[in-house]
Design a protein around this ligand. Structure first.
Ligand SMILES: C[S@@+](CC[C@H](N)C(=O)[O-])C[C@H]1O[C@@H](n2cnc3c(N)ncnc32)[C@H](O)[C@@H]1O
Length: 186
């Protein structure tokens, strides 16, 4: 059983819309997300919604190939578990929309790896997140947001004319099956 599963279910009971999943990412989904990260030069990698740390662990193991790695996780109990498990990693225990407050001026390649449950988030959170994604994408010549969703649905409509979703593989060995999507510049 993965680390942090009980805090995950506790968080799910407390705030189901913010968790937005019945089960953490499995190993097949983690492997597929990692493969997608390496489909192009990753540069700085920022994980949005680290949760129990399944995908975080995969990213952490591959971190020497990135120019940096950090994580945003808004649920305090999950953020604490992540920080205990990865003491050397920067875990921001705040809304991932604060990614636009980081100084990314030196970064020419940025990869956001997201488990955020856009479809179940309150509209105000979703709008804030989409606006910050547009802002950071504008500042980085090479930008990708790698996101999974359930039932093959586009995670959210592209938030800018110069950003387009590409549908990638569906991982059947996940609960529930998850489809990868990449938002990138046209
Ligand atoms: C689907 S769950 C996590 C899945 C994660 N890959 C795992 O294996 O545990 C989504 C996560 O996003 C976090 N989250 C939701 N809204 C957020 C926000 N605005 N900023 C940061 N994290 C957020 C939730 O607390 C939750 O941990």
């Amino acid at each position: 059983m993965s680390h942090g599963i009980f805090p995950f279910w506790q968080a799910l009971l407390n705030n189901p819309k913010q968790i937005g999943a019945i089960w953490p990412a499995g190993s097949s989904l983690t492997a597929a997300m990692l493969k997608e990260v390496f489909a192009a030069a990753p540069g700085l990698v920022i994980e949005l919604g680290g949760g129990t740390g399944m995908i975080t662990q995969g990213l952490f193991d591959a971190r020497t190939h990135f120019s940096g790695l950090m994580v945003f996780e808004r649920t305090p109990s999950l953020a604490n578990c992540l920080q205990n498990r990865f003491p050397d990693l920067t875990i921001h225990p705040t809304c991932a929309s604060h990614v636009d407050q980081l100084d990314l001026s030196q970064q020419d390649t940025l990869t956001l790896v997201s488990s955020l449950p856009f479809r179940s988030l309150p509209p105000c959170d979703r709008t804030r997140l989409e606006m910050s994604i547009v802002k950071v994408s504008a500042g980085c010549p090479r930008f990708r947001l790698i996101q999974y969703s359930y039932f093959k649905r586009e995670p959210f409509p592209s938030p800018a004319a110069n950003l387009r979703w590409r549908q990638k593989q569906t991982v059947m060995r996940n609960i529930p099956p998850a489809t990868l999507w990449v938002l990138e510049k046209t």
